[in-house]
Ligand binder design. Structure first.
Ligand SMILES: [Zn+2]
Length: 155
């Protein structure tokens, strides 16, 4: 495909992540089940253009949690090219978040702990060679969000 044809190709599929807006908002986040994992931001799936390609649709799941606009450009390129190692890292990151969310919910519901206490316990028991980690202050903020959401679920 020539660059010209590419630029003017109106048949490029609409981005299924942001529905063509170029921006992922709370409606998209809820639709894709990414509450606690994403915040509203320009869309990384289409790089804010609202359009995507068949290759992209084939290579990258629309709801891939790891693919966000704050990743380095080189990492985004690797994802788009279907780099196995990077895709695996993305899966691990998603698992990390899911486990953390579960951990917080369990400790909040069963032990009635505060965000600070949960963060302390988590950091104390975190494996030294964990692949991902969150800084204490950010962790406490994140735990607060998880608890708030859990509270609103319970009401
Ligand atoms: Zn998009």
């Amino acid at each position: 495909m020539s660059i010209f044809k590419h630029l003017f190709n109106k048949s490029e599929p609409q981005c299924p992540r942001c529905l063509g807006k170029g921006f992922v908002d709370w409606d998209d986040i809820r639709r894709l089940n990414k509450v606690l994992k994403w915040v509203p931001a320009p869309c990384a799936y289409c790089n804010g253009s609202g359009k995507t390609t068949k290759e992209m649709l084939a290579n990258v799941p629309v709801d891939m949690t790891y693919l966000t606009i704050d990743l380095p450009e080189s990492e985004i390129e690797k994802i788009k090219n279907g780099d196995i190692e990077t895709l695996e890292k993305g899966k691990q990151k998603e698992l990390f978040l899911e486990n953390l969310i579960k951990y917080v919910q369990d400790h909040y519901l069963n032990k009635n702990m505060t965000a600070e206490d949960i963060a302390e316990l988590y950091l104390r028991t975190e494996s030294e060679n964990a692949q991902f980690s969150i800084e204490r202050q950010n962790l406490i903020q994140y735990i607060r969000q998880i608890i708030e959401l859990k509270k609103s679920d319970l009401n």
